[in-house]
Write a protein that binds this ligand. Structure first.
Ligand SMILES: [Zn+2]
Length: 334
């Protein structure tokens, strides 16, 4: 490449030229919109730290889904805020649980909209952990330990009940070892051999989840999630997590959060042939919303740059609270 023969600016000369040589295209088909469904009636409550994102009771849910479908967004991921919580999170696998009811309601009206069920227990347990907790004495102090293998059976029950309700994709997120294998076996045994698993393969113990925990009311009552979610400092370990999920039968691999982990997204894309999902989490959303509210950044430009950046990093699919905004902005450009 020698100047003046090579002039890279030639291919940036006009919008038409830039459009022609663009390497990464973001489309509405890439987007998944998260929805929080809550017990109760006549509720559409904005989450204070996530402007534009709401809790919906079932009777107020249709208007939101209508809007998502009208924008051409192909999928939603459901998070439930149940009426009751207990030690084992039984409202997670109740056939009349909040996510199960919401799934049936959405699929009845929009059979073609993909419903992804987040499969975890933390929103449903009274202690707020993602699995079964045993309290143990250590050095005279009581400490809660999340039991991996015991947690799997409840996760499987939850996944099967979600599939029975009509979920198109099961997305287990509790980071227990062996969770994909257990859920695959459970789904198959229940006759759901064609329901794919979108595994939260590489989920970090991240401070970027802060606003979500307010939203889902799922902050652990004691301790933290560092014994099951990954250390933000580790990338090679992410390969081991992902490889285990591939071997166990995952159909898609997720990296969560997204912005601070673009290298991990790239490495999964290069190492595995499965679709890679990036979860652009609540804290990432809230930062952009807050800064744009203050007039410090251009919300649309920054958001679209981030989303296309995540695709460029290797994500095939984006779960983002910006899905509706991005769908609107994408259609404005045509
Ligand atoms: Zn959880």
């Amino acid at each position: 490449m020698e100047f003046p023969t090579t002039r890279l600016r030639r291919l940036r000369n006009s919008a038409g030229m830039r459009n022609m040589v663009r390497e990464t295209i973001l489309t509405v088909h890439d987007l998944i919109m998260p929805i929080f469904v809550t017990a109760g009636t006549d509720m559409k409550e904005e989450i204070a730290s996530m402007p534009g994102v709401y809790h919906f009771s079932l009777d107020r849910l249709d208007a939101e889904v209508d809007e998502i479908v009208a924008l051409g967004i192909p999928a939603v991921v459901l998070f439930g805020v149940p009426a009751t919580k207990d030690a084992v999170g039984s409202s997670a696998f109740d056939e009349n649980g909040i996510v199960q009811q919401a799934t049936r309601q959405i699929k009845a009206k929009y059979p073609d909209l993909l419903v992804i069920a987040d499969t975890c227990l933390c929103q449903y347990t009274d202690h707020g952990h993602c699995g079964m907790v045993h309290v143990r004495e250590a050095n005279g102090q009581q400490a809660g330990v999340v039991d991996n293998d015991e947690s799997l059976q409840y996760l499987v029950q939850t996944a099967v009940s979600q599939a029975k309700a009509g979920a198109d994709i099961i997305a287990p997120s509790n980071m227990m070892d062996g969770f994909v294998q257990a859920i695959r076996a459970g789904l198959d045994e229940a006759g759901f051999t064609d329901i794919p698993i979108m595994s939260y393969s590489v989920k970090y113990a991240s401070a970027f989840y802060g606003p979500f925990r307010d939203a889902a009311n799922s902050t652990p009552q004691f301790g933290d999630r560092k014994t099951y979610q990954m250390d933000p400092a580790n990338a090679r370990e992410a390969l081991r997590e992902a490889e285990a999920d591939v071997i166990e039968g995952a159909d898609m691999l997720m990296v969560k959060p997204a912005m601070a982990y673009m290298d991990v997204i790239r490495v999964l894309k290069d190492q595995f042939d499965l679709p890679v999902v990036a979860y652009n989490v609540s804290g990432e959303y809230s930062m952009i919303k807050a800064a744009s509210k203050l007039g410090w950044i251009d919300e649309k430009a920054v958001t679209m740059e981030l989303l296309v950046g995540l695709k460029r990093a290797g994500a095939d699919i984006l779960i983002t609270y910006f899905a509706k905004d991005a769908a609107r902005w994408l259609s404005d450009n045509h």
